[in-house]
Design a protein. Structure first.
Lengths: 640, 328
């Protein structure tokens, strides 16, 4: 018995409505493509679309074709600007409100009852942006020749592995592939609906074969002809990378499945232009091929202040990246009329921000003993006046909270969010006394187990009010006899220190406040070594028991319970189990949270319609794409 | 003279070699490398990268090797193949990236230089000749303001004013509709209408300094006996000043060519960042922050070499202009 992935009622209705539309002559295309079709340079729209195109449910109304969407991009390293506006088209997607996973490039997904096999059915007749067919062979190329090729993929992303065993992909027929795992992986679809699940559908076989050793016997000639590459791996990697790397956005020749395709490379020009992909595979309910907007342009600037000025000047049509910062809100608000734009809300998704992490796997046994004393952490938490921090540092914005899923999330656990949150210096002192550090020296500093005053350094990097918060927290802690010092440091320095487990404590934020609590639990247990939270050595052990150090038994138990989630087929049951994991996190009280940030914002020109408000997004959820295909300008006229 | 030039050129070789080592070492000084910057950058926008993938990339880029191996890999490419390496962050050849930004960088810097000279030489002469007059005080005042206001602040203020009152598109060197257009008279005109902001901003500080230098040097000369002699012989005042003391006072202009050459190429980094100029300045800053070492190393080395060449040129010019200099 297999069960199909649930379609949302709305999407299903839209699909049903669109069913009669599936007659070839009923599809419409953008006027800019008409001359090309008439001249015979493009086949008619019905031949460019798959047999069953994806039917986009529109936000306000069926849109008008035309216009240019203007944005601003930073030079170097800002490829997410493009990823989040025109990229991010995966096999499956998150619904617009981030509550459920829906079919996307795949028209249907079937999951086996034991959650080990995932069968994707593709859309017959779907094409890459150059008109070549997209089918199971392209996914097999990614699997056989990229993911499992050790030269191209030296380390497989844990996303594609379960219990240390990587996925096996098999082609059933031209339109069907099956992803098989040796162990249950119930959260697989949740995970590949996020941005890092994009690689299977970004590798056009017909284009990439020429750069692959196994397919091109004369590859040496190509290597010699290309500057700056020494071998075929270098050549291949210069033509394509994952969409979250710069490389992907520097090769305009690369065919894509995205709604707009680049006409020039990121970094080579002051203005990057993406034009509509005439083979894009989505239509609206009336059979109009999407996207509505003709072009997307990215003006390259070097400074965020310039982006702000451009927005004030009405030179940006829709953007939140680099603009939606609290300090910009007032000036953007004042200039709404002259800039002719409006605000939209961006749902906050962080579990906490900022959050202080004491290094629970500290190399120094004395500090480790102190930090692992739960009463000590409770004392520190009660010593902090969070309301004052919110007022002074965050303009009164946000709710006091520990690191926990947000109240509007299905994973909300009140105890985790609200325990030890009151500002109460007496209670703080009581807990610190109870922890065994009642003795003080002549300066009033509490003495640790070795008879020395307790003293540690908290690393803080610039941005999001972290250093300002630490300045206050340092004082609160000194008031209760703990000699904490904060040190502002460079981000790269901090990363190096964290990876080396050489820090006492640091201040950062906690991810996983919404639906991503279940896939990104780094704030709630030692897990995943990428940006390490809580205890680097324990996290290493959790990821691979040959590395790092085994954490205490209760934590091992928590991690094991978390791992059972992937064996549970029922989504509701997964949520319940995750809540148990979060209760265990509350017992441990790993980190000291300050507040949950409020919603962010972005701006859109008044004539831009079908935008999503409020917009759900997060670190791995790369919205507003793929919803941008339905954005349009009233009357089809842009603002250029 | 020939021997003098040859000797100076020979001295340059060890200097350049040492500079290349130092510039490469400076980039390696901060803790971490390009990949730790990358991981940090990703983390700050909520994205993550697996440690295994980071280690694999580190091996691929050769960042796990000792300093001298990395240095040799870079320098060997430059010497034997003219290959300055790849920029990690931009994933493109370093030489290409610098080259395409050089044209506009020269345009901005050269215009600025002309602006500085055109303004500060006459003012400097005027201030010296009419010492302690109202005009002298006025220009001194303006000059000090130019020196005292940080360039980036002036840039922000001018940008805000041009947004508020001129309704001009801010940042960059072109209006949006001209960015992708081929070169034309209209585009050139558009560039000129944007160019004045960076020229004034970068120019003010340099202008103030040169006015002061010109004034001080000329004052030293004006009361020398040869000036009095000329005047006694009935030479017209303006011709006298321009023909003798001003020429002597110009020496510092020539000797500063050595510093001007590298600034012509580097642009004014901070101002260029603030104004979003498509010049080499922002590229240099960004590459240093990201620890993009081949790009940063090449730019620092290039700037140092230009300083060395500039010093050589000003030495030669001085030797040629000033008969007091001996070739020893």
């Amino acid at each position: 018995m297999k069960h199909s992935l649930d379609l949302s009622a709305g999407l299903l209705a839209a699909a049903l409505m669109a069913a009669p539309m599936a007659v070839a002559q009923d599809y419409n295309q953008a006027p800019m493509l008409d001359p090309l079709v008439e001249a015979g340079e493009l086949p008619p729209v019905a031949e460019r679309l798959p047999a069953e195109p994806y039917v986009e449910e529109v936000q306000e109304r069926v849109g008008d074709y035309g216009g240019t969407w203007r944005r601003a991009i930073r030079g170097g390293g800002d490829q997410h600007n493009m990823v989040r506006s025109i990229g991010y088209h995966n096999l499956v997607r998150w619904s617009r409100d981030w509550t459920e996973v829906q079919p996307h490039i795949a028209k249907d997904v079937e999951v086996s009852d034991d959650a080990t096999e995932f069968t994707f059915t593709l859309r017959d007749g779907m094409k890459w942006s150059d008109g070549e067919p997209f089918d199971a062979d392209d996914i097999m190329f990614w699997y056989e020749d990229v993911l499992t090729n050790p030269a191209l993929t030296p380390g497989i992303d844990p996303l594609w592995t379960v219990g240390g065993e990587p996925v096996t992909v098999e082609k059933i027929d031209d339109q069907t592939v099956v992803f098989k795992f040796t162990q249950p992986y119930a959260t697989f679809l949740d995970r590949i609906a996020y941005g890092f699940g994009s690689p299977p559908t970004t590798h056009p076989r017909h284009y990439l074969e020429q750069f692959h050793e196994d397919y091109n016997p004369d590859i040496q000639a190509l290597i010699d002809a290309t500057d700056g590459v020494d071998d075929w791996v270098g050549l291949f990697n210069s033509k394509i990378g994952p969409i979250w790397t710069t490389t992907y956005w520097q090769n305009p020749e690369l065919p894509t499945l995205h709604p707009w395709r680049l006409t020039n490379a990121y970094g080579e020009a002051q203005r990057i232009i993406a034009e509509r992909n005439p083979y894009f595979w989505k239509v609206d309910a009336e059979g109009n091929q999407l996207p509505y907007i003709d072009r997307v342009v990215y003006d390259q600037v070097e400074d965020n202040e310039v982006i702000l000025l451009k927005a004030l000047n009405g030179e940006i049509d829709y953007q939140l990246r680099h603009l939606g910062e609290p300090q910009n809100k007032a000036v953007l608000f004042d200039n709404q009329q002259s800039g002719d734009y409006r605000f939209f809300d961006v749902q906050a998704s962080n579990a906490n921000q900022p959050t202080i992490y004491l290094n629970l796997s500290h190399p120094d046994p004395v500090l480790r003993e102190i930090f692992n004393n739960k009463d000590f952490r409770i004392g520190l938490s009660h010593a902090i006046d969070r309301e004052e921090i919110i007022d002074l540092v965050y303009f009164g914005q946000g709710e006091v909270s520990q690191a926990a899923p947000r109240p509007e999330s299905p994973f909300y656990v009140e105890r985790l969010a609200k325990q030890y949150i009151e500002f109460d210096p007496d209670l703080a002192n009581e807990h610190l006394d109870q922890a065994g550090f009642a003795e003080r020296d002549a300066n009033g500093w509490r003495l640790g187990p070795n008879g020395e005053p307790i003293s540690f350094v908290v690393l803080a990097t610039d941005g999001d009010g972290r250093t300002e918060t630490m300045e206050l927290v340092q004082q609160y802690w000194q008031d209760v006899g703990i000699n904490a010092q904060f040190r502002p440091v460079d981000r790269a320095f901090m990363t190096t220190t964290l990876i080396g487990n050489a820090h006492d404590a640091y201040i950062w934020d906690a991810p996983g406040g919404m639906s991503d609590s279940i896939t990104d639990p780094r704030g709630f247990m030692p897990f995943n070594t990428t940006v390490i939270h809580i205890a680097p050595l324990w996290a290493e052990w959790v990821m691979n028991p040959e590395d790092g150090e085994e954490p205490p038994a209760e934590i091992v138990e928590q991690v094991e319970l978390y791992r059972t989630i992937d064996t549970i087929a029922d989504p509701q049951e997964r949520i319940e189990t995750m809540k148990q994991v979060l209760e265990m996190a509350a017992d441990q009280f790993y980190s000291i949270g300050i507040r949950q940030p409020p919603n962010g914002f972005g701006i859109a020109r008044n004539n831009m319609k079908n935008i999503i408000d409020p917009l759900a997004m997060s670190g791995p959820l790369w919205h507003p794409s793929p919803n941008t295909v339905q954005f349009f300008f009233e009357g089809g006229e842009g603002n250029e | 003279m020939g021997g003098f030039i040859l000797r100076r050129v020979l001295y340059m070789i060890p200097t350049v070699i040492v500079i290349s080592m130092i510039s490469f070492a400076i980039i390696q000084l901060p803790p971490g490398d390009y990949l730790s910057s990358l991981v940090a950058e990703l983390a700050s926008s909520g994205e993550t990268m697996d440690n295994a993938a980071v280690a694999a990339l580190r091996e691929r880029y050769g960042l796990d090797r000792p300093f001298y191996v990395q240095y040799w890999k870079w320098i060997e490419g430059i010497i034997f193949r003219g290959d300055f390496g790849q920029s990690f962050e931009w994933n493109r050849p370093v030489s290409e990236m610098i080259w395409e930004r050089l044209g506009l960088t020269f345009a901005v810097s050269f215009t600025t230089l002309l602006f500085i000279w055109a303004v500060s030489i006459p003012i400097g002469i005027y201030s010296a000749v009419r010492q302690y007059s109202f005009g002298d005080y006025l220009f001194t005042f303006i000059g000090f303001i130019g020196l005292a206001i940080p360039n980036f602040l002036l840039a922000l203020v001018l940008m805000y004013l041009s947004f508020k009152y001129l309704g001009q598109s801010v940042g960059g060197l072109f209006s949006p509709q001209f960015i992708e257009a081929p070169w034309s008279l209209a585009k050139f005109w558009d560039m000129l209408s944007h160019l004045w902001v960076p020229v004034i901003v970068i120019g003010t500080a340099g202008m103030a300094a040169l006015i002061r230098i010109m004034r001080a040097n000329l004052l030293d000369e004006l009361y020398k006996p040869y000036v009095v002699t000329c005047r006694a012989k009935g030479m017209p005042e303006w011709r006298l000043i321009l023909e003798y003391p001003v020429r002597v006072a110009l020496n510092p202009f020539v000797s500063t060519i050595g510093w001007i050459l590298p600034t012509l190429v580097s642009g004014a980094v901070i101002v260029a960042v603030v104004l979003s100029l498509p010049t080499t300045g922002p590229l240099l800053l960004k590459s240093l922050i990201a620890q993009d070492m081949y790009l940063a190393g090449t730019m620092i080395m290039m700037l140092s070499i230009l300083t060395v060449i500039g010093t050589l040129i000003s030495d030669i010019l001085l030797a040629w202009l000033d008969p007091r200099i001996r070739y020893q």
